[in-house]
Design a binder for this molecule. Structure first.
Ligand SMILES: [Zn+2]
Length: 453
């Protein structure tokens, strides 16, 4: 008889408990996941054709069942005859977060009742949160898709997971605890209170539960990696690392990969439309989730960005009929690419996300610069900086908040001041302030560059 060691348990969860759980729940999760495992290898042309068909169906659906979109289409001069054409989508107005906030109820399609839909709230790192509604089925399809991409990290279903997360989910009651243990055991490190003791506790729990996937916000995993290195903790040995929800900076990736000895799998998505893009096991760029989304990269003038050129990310959710998201501007900037990944999947690539729109700072000549790049350029080159945050309230002022490291001194201040002064131009007042800590926002995410202009 098979001994119930970690591997045996994981196998049981994968082969028995999980299928039983979803079967009993009547969920499409497993069937859909199996389908997605196959479709990822279809040729790109086939996937693009399916995407076009889903897009046409969605636009027609919105025209017939959603008064909010019908009126937006009409005001843009879109007629029913145009809905089937390829250039129709570009005529539809961009949907902003402000649009969603003021029209949440109007955006629900005919025949759906908000009280019966699942409600998600976005983290609100831009200051205000959004209410998102989806059907349970749509949510399960999103989960299936996320599952496919989870496996790209090297993790196998049924294996325990360790999450580095703010406001972690905690199971309530015996039933939920049993369900979690049987289907998907997890341990947590709460990013709202990371300390030496918390890390040591986390490492002890790791040895007991033996997770294989380490999952969390990019910067939180980086902070954990630094602790693991400095405290010389040996037990935390993931076989996959999944970084999500915020930009993974190159120096953070280097540290994480050297501490844990494996590659980081970077993923990009948002609560509103779920998974947008993800690295595979080859790490040659991020595969776009064109099976669920229609993704555009848009220049300031509204025209499409070329391969290799940064553009605002605009997504249309092909799966959510209850509350359609059509040409939704996520407020992140990414770079599309024509490069192909050597893994053979038909899902096209994008280069990494280069930052949130709100993270771009404004120079005195009006040009914009990605705050994260500035941090990368200074934090890793000027000694004495543990952490940094750039805050711009006006075009002529920039506050550089620094958590001083051991080597911090007047020269550090001067170097920082001179670097930003030269870059931003003579009119900009640069203020370098030493602070004790830079804390994450309520969502658990860190922001390193904040533009409030
Ligand atoms: Zn690939």
């Amino acid at each position: 008889m098979m001994a119930l060691n970690g591997n045996g348990l994981s196998w049981l969860r994968r082969a028995v408990f999980e299928p039983l759980y979803y079967l009993r729940a009547g969920s499409p999760f497993l069937d859909y996941w199996i389908t997605l495992e196959q479709t990822q290898y279809l040729p790109e042309t086939v996937l693009r054709e399916r995407q076009r068909r889903r897009l046409r169906d969605l636009l027609r659906y919105a025209w017939e069942n959603n008064a909010f979109y019908r009126s937006r289409f009409e005001s843009a001069g879109v007629t029913p005859g145009m809905l089937d054409t390829d250039d129709c989508i570009a005529k539809i107005p961009i949907l902003t977060k402000a649009d969603i906030r003021s029209h949440t109820a109007d955006m629900i399609s005919r025949g759906f009742d908000r009280g019966e839909l699942l409600n998600f709230k976005t983290g609100g790192s831009t200051g205000k949160s959004l209410d998102i509604y989806v059907t349970e089925e749509c949510s399960e399809l999103r989960n299936s898709c996320a599952r496919r991409h989870d496996l790209w990290t090297g993790w196998k279903s049924g294996e325990p997971i360790a999450a580095v997360w703010g406001n972690p989910y905690l199971p309530h009651g015996v039933k939920q605890k049993l369900r979690d243990w049987l289907v998907s055991p997890m341990i947590y490190l709460d990013t709202m209170c990371i300390s030496e003791e918390a890390i040591v506790r986390f490492a002890d729990e790791w040895k007991r539960v033996r997770p294989t996937l380490l999952f969390g916000h990019a910067h939180s995993i980086y902070v954990l990696a630094q602790y693991v290195r400095d405290l010389k903790l040996s037990g935390i040995r993931p076989t996959g690392i999944l970084s999500t929800s915020m930009m993974l900076m190159p120096h953070e990736r280097r540290t994480i990969e050297s501490v844990f000895g494996i590659k980081v799998t970077d993923r990009y998505g948002c609560e509103e439309v779920s998974l947008i893009a993800s690295e595979c096991e080859k790490h040659e760029g991020m595969h776009l989730n064109i099976e669920h989304l229609y993704i555009e990269f848009v220049r300031d003038d509204g025209s499409p960005a070329a391969s290799g050129e940064p553009g605002a990310i605009v997504v249309t959710d092909l799966m959510n009929r209850a509350m359609p998201f059509i040409r939704y501007r996520v407020e992140d900037v990414g770079v599309p690419t024509d490069r192909k990944c050597s893994c053979g999947r038909g899902l096209p690539l994008m280069e990494s996300v280069t930052g949130r729109v709100a993270d771009f700072l404004v120079k005195s000549d009006g040009s914009r610069v990605a705050g994260v790049s500035l941090i990368e350029n200074t934090l890793t080159k000027i000694p004495g900086i543990d952490q940094m945050q750039l805050v711009q309230e006006a075009v002529d002022s920039l506050v550089v908040r620094v958590v001083p490291g051991a080597e911090f001194n007047d020269a550090t201040r001067r170097e920082l001041h001179d670097y930003f002064k030269e870059l931003f131009g003579g009119q900009t007042k640069i203020e370098v302030t030493a602070v004790e800590a830079i804390l994450p926002e309520a969502s658990g995410k860190y922001r390193f560059s904040i533009c409030r202009i």
